[in-house]
Write a protein that binds this ligand. Structure first.
Ligand SMILES: Cc1cc2nc3c(=O)[nH]c(=O)nc-3n(C[C@H](O)[C@H](O)[C@H](O)COP(=O)(O)O)c2cc1C
Length: 301
Protein backbone atom coordinates (compact mmCIF):
# COMPACT_ATOMS: atom_id res chain seq x y z
CA UNK A 1 0.00 0.00 0.00
CA UNK A 2 3.08 2.25 0.17
CA UNK A 3 2.71 5.28 -2.07
CA UNK A 4 5.34 7.72 -3.23
CA UNK A 5 4.23 11.17 -4.26
CA UNK A 6 6.85 13.54 -5.66
CA UNK A 7 9.58 11.63 -3.84
CA UNK A 8 7.80 11.53 -0.46
CA UNK A 9 6.77 8.10 0.81
CA UNK A 10 3.40 7.60 2.54
CA UNK A 11 2.17 4.43 4.29
CA UNK A 12 -0.83 4.28 1.95
CA UNK A 13 -2.57 6.50 -0.63
CA UNK A 14 -5.43 7.59 1.69
CA UNK A 15 -5.38 11.20 2.92
CA UNK A 16 -7.95 13.44 4.54
CA UNK A 17 -9.23 16.38 2.47
CA UNK A 18 -8.54 19.92 3.63
CA UNK A 19 -11.22 21.45 5.84
CA UNK A 20 -12.84 18.15 6.72
CA UNK A 21 -10.91 17.33 9.91
CA UNK A 22 -9.40 20.63 11.06
CA UNK A 23 -5.88 20.01 12.35
CA UNK A 24 -6.46 16.35 13.18
CA UNK A 25 -7.08 16.53 16.94
CA UNK A 26 -10.71 15.31 16.85
CA UNK A 27 -10.06 12.60 14.24
CA UNK A 28 -7.19 11.26 16.40
CA UNK A 29 -9.78 10.46 19.09
CA UNK A 30 -11.45 8.07 16.65
CA UNK A 31 -8.44 6.24 15.19
CA UNK A 32 -4.63 6.57 15.24
CA UNK A 33 -3.69 9.01 12.50
CA UNK A 34 -0.76 6.71 11.61
CA UNK A 35 -3.36 4.61 9.75
CA UNK A 36 -3.64 7.39 7.18
CA UNK A 37 -1.18 8.05 4.39
CA UNK A 38 -1.37 11.73 5.28
CA UNK A 39 -3.45 14.31 7.04
CA UNK A 40 -4.17 17.46 5.05
CA UNK A 41 -4.91 20.45 7.30
CA UNK A 42 -7.59 23.09 6.98
CA UNK A 43 -6.44 25.97 4.75
CA UNK A 44 -4.01 28.24 6.61
CA UNK A 45 -3.80 31.99 5.94
CA UNK A 46 -1.40 34.63 7.24
CA UNK A 47 -3.80 36.11 9.82
CA UNK A 48 -6.44 34.16 11.81
CA UNK A 49 -9.88 34.15 10.12
CA UNK A 50 -13.32 33.63 11.67
CA UNK A 51 -14.94 32.81 8.33
CA UNK A 52 -18.57 33.49 7.45
CA UNK A 53 -21.38 33.66 10.06
CA UNK A 54 -23.70 30.64 10.33
CA UNK A 55 -25.52 29.04 8.68
CA UNK A 56 -22.46 28.14 6.66
CA UNK A 57 -23.26 24.52 5.86
CA UNK A 58 -26.43 23.04 4.35
CA UNK A 59 -27.36 19.53 3.36
CA UNK A 60 -29.05 19.05 -0.02
CA UNK A 61 -30.58 15.96 -1.61
CA UNK A 62 -27.48 15.59 -3.75
CA UNK A 63 -24.58 16.61 -1.53
CA UNK A 64 -23.37 19.07 1.06
CA UNK A 65 -22.97 22.82 0.62
CA UNK A 66 -20.49 24.81 2.67
CA UNK A 67 -19.29 28.38 2.81
CA UNK A 68 -17.02 28.25 5.85
CA UNK A 69 -14.93 31.07 4.38
CA UNK A 70 -11.50 29.71 5.31
CA UNK A 71 -11.89 30.00 9.10
CA UNK A 72 -8.49 29.12 10.58
CA UNK A 73 -6.07 30.01 13.37
CA UNK A 74 -3.50 31.75 11.14
CA UNK A 75 -0.03 30.48 10.27
CA UNK A 76 1.83 31.52 13.44
CA UNK A 77 -0.73 29.95 15.81
CA UNK A 78 -0.80 26.88 13.55
CA UNK A 79 2.96 26.44 13.82
CA UNK A 80 2.97 27.12 17.57
CA UNK A 81 -0.21 25.33 18.74
CA UNK A 82 -1.19 22.73 16.13
CA UNK A 83 1.99 21.52 14.47
CA UNK A 84 3.53 19.91 17.62
CA UNK A 85 0.50 17.60 17.84
CA UNK A 86 0.73 16.68 14.15
CA UNK A 87 4.49 16.05 14.47
CA UNK A 88 3.78 13.31 17.03
CA UNK A 89 1.23 11.43 14.94
CA UNK A 90 3.56 9.34 12.74
CA UNK A 91 1.55 10.19 9.67
CA UNK A 92 2.26 12.30 6.60
CA UNK A 93 1.49 15.97 7.13
CA UNK A 94 0.39 18.21 4.27
CA UNK A 95 -0.44 21.81 5.16
CA UNK A 96 -2.99 23.51 2.92
CA UNK A 97 -2.17 27.17 2.22
CA UNK A 98 -4.59 29.90 1.11
CA UNK A 99 -4.22 33.61 0.48
CA UNK A 100 -5.86 36.73 -0.86
CA UNK A 101 -2.73 37.82 -2.76
CA UNK A 102 0.42 36.25 -4.19
CA UNK A 103 2.34 37.86 -1.32
CA UNK A 104 0.13 36.15 1.27
CA UNK A 105 0.65 32.69 -0.29
CA UNK A 106 4.39 33.39 -0.37
CA UNK A 107 4.60 34.62 3.24
CA UNK A 108 2.59 31.69 4.65
CA UNK A 109 4.74 29.23 2.68
CA UNK A 110 7.95 30.97 3.74
CA UNK A 111 7.01 30.58 7.42
CA UNK A 112 6.06 26.92 6.88
CA UNK A 113 9.40 26.26 5.22
CA UNK A 114 11.07 26.46 8.65
CA UNK A 115 8.78 23.78 10.11
CA UNK A 116 10.04 20.20 10.53
CA UNK A 117 7.80 17.13 10.08
CA UNK A 118 5.81 18.73 7.32
CA UNK A 119 6.03 16.75 4.09
CA UNK A 120 4.44 19.05 1.53
CA UNK A 121 2.18 22.03 1.18
CA UNK A 122 -1.01 22.07 -0.85
CA UNK A 123 -1.87 25.45 -2.40
CA UNK A 124 -5.60 26.11 -2.32
CA UNK A 125 -6.05 28.25 -5.42
CA UNK A 126 -9.61 27.02 -5.76
CA UNK A 127 -11.75 28.07 -2.79
CA UNK A 128 -15.19 29.17 -4.04
CA UNK A 129 -16.17 30.68 -0.66
CA UNK A 130 -14.08 33.84 -0.34
CA UNK A 131 -14.30 37.12 -2.19
CA UNK A 132 -10.60 37.58 -2.67
CA UNK A 133 -8.09 34.84 -3.29
CA UNK A 134 -8.80 31.20 -3.91
CA UNK A 135 -10.68 30.70 -7.12
CA UNK A 136 -9.54 33.92 -8.76
CA UNK A 137 -6.02 32.42 -8.83
CA UNK A 138 -7.18 28.98 -9.87
CA UNK A 139 -9.31 30.14 -12.78
CA UNK A 140 -6.58 32.18 -14.47
CA UNK A 141 -3.62 30.29 -15.99
CA UNK A 142 -1.32 33.34 -15.72
CA UNK A 143 -2.04 33.83 -11.99
CA UNK A 144 -1.82 30.08 -11.35
CA UNK A 145 1.65 29.91 -12.87
CA UNK A 146 2.75 33.06 -11.05
CA UNK A 147 1.59 32.05 -7.56
CA UNK A 148 3.16 28.60 -7.90
CA UNK A 149 6.44 29.98 -9.24
CA UNK A 150 6.69 32.56 -6.43
CA UNK A 151 5.92 30.01 -3.68
CA UNK A 152 8.44 27.63 -5.25
CA UNK A 153 11.16 30.20 -4.53
CA UNK A 154 10.53 30.13 -0.77
CA UNK A 155 9.41 26.56 -0.06
CA UNK A 156 11.98 23.76 -0.46
CA UNK A 157 9.75 20.70 -0.22
CA UNK A 158 7.15 19.50 -2.80
CA UNK A 159 4.18 21.72 -3.63
CA UNK A 160 0.78 20.30 -4.56
CA UNK A 161 -1.65 22.64 -6.30
CA UNK A 162 -5.34 22.09 -5.67
CA UNK A 163 -7.41 22.80 -8.78
CA UNK A 164 -10.90 24.24 -9.12
CA UNK A 165 -13.56 22.46 -11.16
CA UNK A 166 -15.26 25.85 -11.69
CA UNK A 167 -13.32 26.62 -14.87
CA UNK A 168 -13.79 26.24 -18.62
CA UNK A 169 -10.90 23.81 -19.05
CA UNK A 170 -9.18 22.37 -15.98
CA UNK A 171 -6.30 21.07 -18.15
CA UNK A 172 -5.23 24.66 -19.01
CA UNK A 173 -4.87 25.38 -15.29
CA UNK A 174 -3.10 22.05 -14.68
CA UNK A 175 -0.53 22.88 -17.37
CA UNK A 176 -0.07 26.39 -15.92
CA UNK A 177 0.60 24.90 -12.47
CA UNK A 178 3.11 22.50 -14.05
CA UNK A 179 4.82 25.40 -15.85
CA UNK A 180 5.05 27.26 -12.52
CA UNK A 181 6.90 24.29 -10.99
CA UNK A 182 4.14 22.38 -9.17
CA UNK A 183 5.16 18.88 -8.04
CA UNK A 184 1.64 17.38 -7.93
CA UNK A 185 -2.00 18.37 -8.41
CA UNK A 186 -5.08 17.83 -6.27
CA UNK A 187 -8.20 17.38 -8.40
CA UNK A 188 -10.85 18.72 -7.43
CA UNK A 189 -12.10 21.33 -4.97
CA UNK A 190 -15.85 21.90 -4.53
CA UNK A 191 -18.28 23.11 -7.22
CA UNK A 192 -20.13 26.40 -6.80
CA UNK A 193 -23.72 25.76 -5.75
CA UNK A 194 -26.58 27.17 -3.72
CA UNK A 195 -29.82 26.14 -2.02
CA UNK A 196 -32.88 28.27 -1.21
CA UNK A 197 -35.29 28.31 1.73
CA UNK A 198 -38.66 28.75 -0.02
CA UNK A 199 -40.37 30.14 3.10
CA UNK A 200 -37.89 32.94 3.82
CA UNK A 201 -36.94 33.19 0.13
CA UNK A 202 -33.35 33.44 1.28
CA UNK A 203 -30.34 31.33 0.35
CA UNK A 204 -29.64 28.69 2.97
CA UNK A 205 -26.10 30.03 3.46
CA UNK A 206 -25.30 33.56 4.68
CA UNK A 207 -22.70 33.72 1.91
CA UNK A 208 -25.60 33.16 -0.58
CA UNK A 209 -23.61 30.42 -2.34
CA UNK A 210 -21.16 27.76 -1.33
CA UNK A 211 -19.20 24.72 -2.45
CA UNK A 212 -20.99 21.48 -3.33
CA UNK A 213 -19.22 18.31 -2.16
CA UNK A 214 -19.96 14.64 -1.51
CA UNK A 215 -21.15 11.77 -3.74
CA UNK A 216 -22.89 14.17 -6.16
CA UNK A 217 -19.55 15.46 -7.42
CA UNK A 218 -17.77 12.10 -7.82
CA UNK A 219 -18.52 11.59 -11.53
CA UNK A 220 -17.31 15.14 -12.26
CA UNK A 221 -14.15 14.65 -10.21
CA UNK A 222 -13.40 11.31 -11.94
CA UNK A 223 -13.75 12.86 -15.40
CA UNK A 224 -11.47 15.73 -14.38
CA UNK A 225 -8.83 13.38 -12.91
CA UNK A 226 -8.87 11.39 -16.18
CA UNK A 227 -8.60 14.57 -18.29
CA UNK A 228 -5.72 15.99 -16.23
CA UNK A 229 -3.96 12.60 -16.29
CA UNK A 230 -4.10 12.61 -20.10
CA UNK A 231 -2.95 16.20 -20.46
CA UNK A 232 -0.34 16.74 -17.77
CA UNK A 233 2.53 14.65 -16.44
CA UNK A 234 2.27 15.60 -12.76
CA UNK A 235 1.09 13.04 -10.20
CA UNK A 236 -2.55 13.54 -9.18
CA UNK A 237 -4.25 13.39 -5.79
CA UNK A 238 -7.91 12.62 -6.53
CA UNK A 239 -10.72 14.02 -4.38
CA UNK A 240 -14.47 14.45 -4.72
CA UNK A 241 -17.19 12.25 -3.30
CA UNK A 242 -14.98 9.34 -2.24
CA UNK A 243 -16.67 7.24 0.46
CA UNK A 244 -15.64 3.63 -0.23
CA UNK A 245 -12.62 1.61 -1.37
CA UNK A 246 -14.39 0.98 -4.68
CA UNK A 247 -14.46 4.75 -5.21
CA UNK A 248 -10.70 4.85 -4.60
CA UNK A 249 -10.07 2.13 -7.21
CA UNK A 250 -12.08 4.17 -9.73
CA UNK A 251 -9.99 7.29 -9.02
CA UNK A 252 -6.72 5.38 -9.28
CA UNK A 253 -7.69 3.77 -12.58
CA UNK A 254 -8.50 7.28 -13.89
CA UNK A 255 -4.99 8.43 -12.95
CA UNK A 256 -4.87 9.37 -9.25
CA UNK A 257 -1.75 8.24 -7.35
CA UNK A 258 -3.36 9.09 -4.00
CA UNK A 259 -6.80 10.24 -2.84
CA UNK A 260 -8.41 12.42 -0.19
CA UNK A 261 -11.54 11.74 1.80
CA UNK A 262 -13.66 14.81 2.57
CA UNK A 263 -17.42 14.93 3.17
CA UNK A 264 -17.47 11.18 3.95
CA UNK A 265 -15.58 11.97 7.19
CA UNK A 266 -18.65 13.84 8.47
CA UNK A 267 -20.88 10.85 7.73
CA UNK A 268 -18.51 8.10 8.85
CA UNK A 269 -15.30 9.36 10.49
CA UNK A 270 -13.69 5.91 10.37
CA UNK A 271 -14.25 5.62 6.57
CA UNK A 272 -10.47 5.86 5.87
CA UNK A 273 -9.84 2.68 7.91
CA UNK A 274 -12.51 0.71 6.04
CA UNK A 275 -11.13 2.01 2.76
CA UNK A 276 -7.56 0.94 3.57
CA UNK A 277 -8.62 -2.58 4.55
CA UNK A 278 -10.99 -2.89 1.57
CA UNK A 279 -8.19 -1.90 -0.78
CA UNK A 280 -5.82 -4.48 0.73
CA UNK A 281 -8.38 -7.24 0.19
CA UNK A 282 -9.02 -6.09 -3.39
CA UNK A 283 -5.29 -6.16 -4.22
CA UNK A 284 -4.71 -9.56 -2.58
CA UNK A 285 -7.74 -11.16 -4.25
CA UNK A 286 -6.47 -10.07 -7.68
CA UNK A 287 -2.79 -10.71 -6.93
CA UNK A 288 -1.89 -7.09 -7.65
CA UNK A 289 1.54 -6.58 -6.08
CA UNK A 290 1.49 -2.79 -5.67
CA UNK A 291 -1.34 -0.31 -5.48
CA UNK A 292 0.64 1.85 -7.91
CA UNK A 293 -0.09 -0.74 -10.61
CA UNK A 294 -3.66 0.58 -10.71
CA UNK A 295 -2.74 4.18 -11.48
CA UNK A 296 -3.98 5.29 -14.91
CA UNK A 297 -4.87 1.76 -15.98
CA UNK A 298 -8.32 2.70 -17.26
CA UNK A 299 -9.14 0.70 -20.42
CA UNK A 300 -10.85 3.30 -22.56
CA UNK A 301 -13.23 2.58 -25.42
C1 LIG B 1 -16.80 21.77 5.37
C2 LIG B 1 -15.75 21.79 4.30
C3 LIG B 1 -14.66 22.65 4.42
C4 LIG B 1 -13.69 22.69 3.44
N1 LIG B 1 -12.60 23.52 3.59
C5 LIG B 1 -11.61 23.50 2.68
C6 LIG B 1 -10.43 24.28 2.87
O1 LIG B 1 -10.27 24.98 3.88
N2 LIG B 1 -9.47 24.23 1.91
C7 LIG B 1 -9.58 23.46 0.79
O2 LIG B 1 -8.66 23.44 -0.04
N3 LIG B 1 -10.68 22.68 0.59
C8 LIG B 1 -11.69 22.69 1.50
N4 LIG B 1 -12.78 21.89 1.31
C9 LIG B 1 -12.89 21.07 0.09
C10 LIG B 1 -12.42 19.63 0.34
O3 LIG B 1 -11.08 19.57 0.72
C11 LIG B 1 -12.65 18.76 -0.92
O4 LIG B 1 -11.90 19.27 -2.01
C12 LIG B 1 -14.11 18.72 -1.32
O5 LIG B 1 -14.92 18.61 -0.17
C13 LIG B 1 -14.44 17.57 -2.27
O6 LIG B 1 -14.25 16.33 -1.66
P1 LIG B 1 -15.45 15.48 -0.97
O7 LIG B 1 -16.55 15.42 -1.99
O8 LIG B 1 -14.83 14.16 -0.65
O9 LIG B 1 -15.86 16.24 0.23
C14 LIG B 1 -13.80 21.86 2.29
C15 LIG B 1 -14.88 20.99 2.17
C16 LIG B 1 -15.86 20.95 3.16
C17 LIG B 1 -17.01 19.99 3.01
Amino acid sequence: MKTTLSGVEFANPIMTASGCCGYGEELAEIFPLSRLGALVTKSITLEPRLGHPPPRTAETASGMLNAIGLANVGVDAFIRDKMPFLSEQKTGVIVNVAGASVDEYVEVSRRLNNVDDLDMIELNISCPNVDRGGMEFGSDPYLTQKVVAEVKKVFDRPIIVKLSPNVTNICDIARAAEAGGADALTVINSLVGTAVDIETRRPRLTNNKGGLTGPAIKPIALAMVAAVHENCRLPIVGVGGIATWQDVVEFMLCGASAVQIGTALFVEPEAPLKIVSGLKTYLQARNIKSINDLVGRLEKY
